[in-house]
Design a protein around this ligand. Structure first.
Ligand SMILES: Cc1ncc(COP(=O)(O)O)c(C=O)c1O
Length: 396
């Protein structure tokens, strides 16, 4: 018999994955062009040229020993470059020793939570949130405490305060946010720091940042390092360089973190003992050569605009995302998210009900899909709106 908690976890499965499989089934039945699958956030743009140039260069001019074991925290040269970048963005001097290279953000979060949590410790998350946090926290014996946000998805400091207990060890923030695309402003970060520092024990902020480079309309993401002291950043190039399958990211502990010395050492040890040992050598070297590169963010912005117009013009409501790769549209009044998703599926339009992000009354659509799919979906949104008796705001 396998572990009891794994039996229930396997039975629960993932709603997003199930939706992905349903998309493939419908595509086989009706053809690729007639299915509008917005269920999965798999970045579909190719990595920028800097990445392929770096790979070629590394293959043509291999460094002796490059593929051998290394320090568990990664190459000193890669970590120093990241520290330098973060220092100049935030004005807070970061050393290479603050950085540990990881196998993407998922491993980064696991390394951090493994380092922080004693059994039963509580981790605050702001709903709606990326549901894998539940697994990451449970992996290390912690307990997720869900803090609600407002209709604009912005967190409220008094509400956060009301969820803090003696067992609160950490809080996860994710801005730009999956699934809403909202960016938390500087005032919120400052207020959060004051609130957490007013408590009589250390509460760490884990800033999960896979989307900080994907922002639109000229918006800026305030550098958390400037505003939060007991901070640990978890970053990943899965989205900003479209390297989701390659698994490369890092953790960075703020030099102002009260547990800096022991925490940086614990994260490196966790990286080793949890099994990844170190991040892939070749990708660390690629990152050195493409640290300032990004995917074509304007392309994502354009797709967001088309999808958002389809939703609004058909007669639905939604907050317009300022970043990330998702629109968290409102489910029409008088029906559940699952009922709405079922009506959408009849038009071969797939989205993920809000239950998967712990804030119901909404459904998530990922716009990292082809422009053809987004443009083609307009008629489906209009047909769904008609079936539900909504008035269109524009012509088809
Ligand atoms: C909010 C959030 N955090 C973490 C991750 C995991 O990122 P990675 O691919 O780097 O493990 C994702 C992936 O979609 C995400 O959306």
């Amino acid at each position: 018999m396998i572990a009891k908690n794994m039996i229930s976890a396997v039975e629960g499965g993932s709603a997003i994955r199930k939706m992905f499989e349903e998309g493939n089934r419908l595509k086989a039945l009706y053809g690729e062009d007639n299915v509008f699958d917005f269920s999965l956030g798999n970045p579909d743009l190719e990595p920028p040229k800097e990445v392929s140039d770096a790979l070629k260069e590394l293959a043509d001019d291999p460094k002796p020993g490059m593929h051998g074991y290394m320090s568990n925290s990664g190459f000193e040269s890669t970590r120093a470059m990241i520290a330098e970048k973060r220092s100049s963005e935030s004005g807070v001097k970061v050393e290479a020793g603050a950085v540990c290279m990881t196998v993407g953000a998922a491993a980064a979060m696991n390394d951090v939570l493994h380092s922080l949590l004693d059994p039963g410790d509580e981790v605050l998350v702001l709903a709606p949130y990326f549901m894998e946090y539940n697994n990451y926290v449970a992996n290390h014996g912690g307990k997720v405490v869900i803090v609600p946000t407002g209709d604009d998805f912005m967190p409220d400091l008094n509400t956060i305060d009301s969820y803090i207990t003696d067992r609160t060890k950490a809080m996860i923030i994710n801005s730009p946010n999956n699934p809403t695309g909202v960016i938390y402003p500087e005032e919120f970060l400052k207020g959060l720091n004051d609130l957490l520092k007013s408590k009589d024990h250390v509460i760490h902020v884990i800033s999960d940042e896979p989307y900080i480079d994907l922002v639109y309309d000229g918006c800026k993401v305030p550098p958390v390092l400037s505003f939060i002291d007991n901070l640990i950043i978890c970053f990943s190039w899965s989205k900003s360089l479209s390297l989701a399958g390659e698994r490369i990211g890092y953790t960075l502990v703020s030099p102002r973190n009260e547990d800096y010395d022991i925490l940086t050492a614990a994260i490196v040890l966790s990286n080793r003992t949890l099994g990844s040992v170190n991040a892939p050598a070749i990708w660390q070297k690629v990152i050195e050569k493409s640290l300032y590169a990004k995917v074509d963010v304007k392309n994502y912005e354009h797709r967001r605009d088309i999808l958002y117009s389809n939703i609004i013009d058909a007669g639905f409501d939604s907050v317009k995302p300022s970043g990330a790769l998702y629109i968290y549209m409102n489910t029409p009044k008088g029906m559940t998210d699952a009922e709405f998703a079922a009506v959408c599926a009849k038009q071969n339009l797939l989205l993920v009900p809000g239950k998967s992000f712990a804030k119901e009354g909404y459904c998530r659509l990922a716009f990292c899909v082809s422009e053809k799919t987004i443009t083609g979906s307009r008629k489906a949104f209009f047909a769904i709106a008609e079936e539900l008796g909504l008035s269109h705001r524009a012509e088809l």
